[in-house]
Design a protein around this ligand. Structure first.
Ligand SMILES: C[S@@+](CC[C@H](N)C(=O)[O-])C[C@H]1O[C@@H](n2cnc3c(N)ncnc32)[C@H](O)[C@@H]1O
Length: 282
């Protein structure tokens, strides 16, 4: 009888851990703390297995030399936390509906309304923004809404584009919203809900790194950048907030998370509500 021994998974040395921490920081701005060792090891071991690498050192050499940048994207995908939910921090969507929408309706220009969900993860945030606006705006004005949703993670973006979620992710939504904006899976799709095409088709999904925000082509009336700056140190927060501020239209709004703050970050925005800032009109 032959016995097959499974090879032990490679361990992550201090030096390799340090190399991962540096790489992730330089490319995504995310600061990985000491306590994350077990998580990093577990998540990257899957990448080592997928690529047939026998050690972390060999894997990291490959990532650094891979001119396509594909494996770096996979590494960051494996490390980043994509946790999100529909109507997360619901006060923000009340603010959008009750404070911002009436301003837009009173605006004489009637041009496009530009919004950006800048770390959209698997799509719950941009779809919530759109549901809120489509339900609050008269049909003629709903047609003016343009929503860009971006994230660093290609894996999260693929889920966002598909707009398919397990029923337990949507079951707490008000029944009227569920009926209006989702279709229920049948047969093989049982247990799933899909965002209706009318909604999906209105979002433009793009992979974008908050560290490399270049020209965006237009200013934004609203930017959501929530639950990502919490992973950044002050220097990266400063850089990201300065870039987002530049991309806000005069009078435009920036939403951050209630668990984040701009203390210690220099900016010219006005605080208008908890975790909501506004660029001055002039
Ligand atoms: C915890 S999720 C937040 C999702 C959503 N904004 C919310 O509040 O529910 C954080 C997201 O930030 C993304 N992320 C991390 N670093 C990034 C970067 N440098 N540029 C763009 N997105 C980044 C991650 O991929 C992840 O999807």
């Amino acid at each position: 009888m032959s016995v097959v021994f499974e090879e032990a998974a490679p361990a992550l040395s201090d030096r390799e851990l340090n190399a991962v921490v540096q790489l992730v920081y330089q490319r995504s701005g995310i600061t990985l703390h000491d306590g994350k060792r077990a998580l990093i090891t577990a998540r990257l071991q899957k990448r080592l297995k997928a690529g047939g690498f026998r050690s972390f050192a060999a894997y990291l050499r490959f990532v650094e030399q891979d001119a396509s940048g594909q494996e770096l994207v996979q590494l960051l995908d494996a490390i980043a936390t994509n946790h999100t939910s529909f109507f997360r921090e619901p006060q923000h969507f009340d603010f959008l509906r009750e404070q911002i929408v009436p301003e837009w309706l009173g605006r004489p220009d009637r041009g496009p309304i530009e919004l950006w969900s800048a770390a959209c993860s698997t799509g719950e945030e941009p779809y919530t923004i759109l549901m809120t606006l489509l339900d609050a705006l008269p049909a003629a004005d709903a047609g003016r809404v343009r929503l860009l949703a971006s994230d660093l993670s290609t894996k999260a973006l693929a889920t966002a584009r598909a707009g398919v979620y397990r029923l337990d992710r949507v079951q707490d939504l008000p029944p009227a919203i569920l009926r209006r904006h989702f279709e229920r899976g049948l047969g093989e799709q049982e247990g799933l809900a899909r965002v209706r095409p009318a909604l999906r088709e209105r979002v433009t999904f793009e992979q974008r790194n908050l560290l490399e925000i270049g020209a965006m082509g237009r200013p934004f009336d609203v930017i959501f950048c929530r639950n990502v700056m919490i992973y950044f140190d002050r220097a990266v927060q400063q850089r990201v907030v300065a870039a987002l501020e530049r991309h806000l239209a005069p009078g435009g709004y920036l939403f951050i998370s209630h668990s984040e703050g701009l203390n210690g970050v220099t900016h010219g925005l006005q605080w208008v509500a908890p975790a909501v800032y506004r660029r001055r009109l002039t």
